[in-house]
Design a protein around this ligand. Sequence first.
Ligand code: AKG
Ligand code: FE2
Length: 189
Amino acid sequence: MSTLFPILFEKAVPPGIEQAKNIISPMEEAELIRAIDIAGLEPFRFQQWEGKRLTRSFGWRYDFTDSSFAQVEALPDWLLPLRERAAEFAGLAAEALVQALVIRYDPGAGIGWHRDRPVFEHVVGVSLGAPAVLRLRRRRADGKFDRAELPLEPRGAYHLSGEARHAWEHSITPMDAARWSVTFRSLAS
Ligand SMILES: O=C(O)CCC(=O)C(=O)O
Ligand SMILES: [Fe+2]
């Protein structure tokens, strides 16, 4: 049993996670989904492997096929009000969130265990469409994992920083219904 989470540690979330409900209205959610669907998303690629989720980066792009990191097309106007809302929630300056990654998860698509690339610092995600669960895990000295779960409600936001962002991995189990996300990130200094 973990000393960090003596009670119900499987459900407790690690330090560095904050959540907000309903940072946008259902109408704004529908408009964002429409905009994402015509934003030219492509299947996520990692070397030879092609994921089922569709993605597009704005501002900066980390390319998993060759590990390159480069400036790309600026955030489109339709993402700027959402960035304001996300930054306000996270207590960050909107201009600090220089990257936006938009993702569409169709049924069967998820995201495997990972930590976000160290070129980034703050991670502020907004969920649209079907609810999902962000799973978190961190390997303990005994080789087993501490685990936590974060329910992601549509129109809600989460902020990963500190321990949750740097020491824990996260993943989303393949979805049963379509979900979209917009993840804003600041650069590591
Ligand atoms: O869809 C999400 O909310 C999570 C996406 C994610 O973990 C990532 O792109 O690194
Ligand atoms: Fe991530």
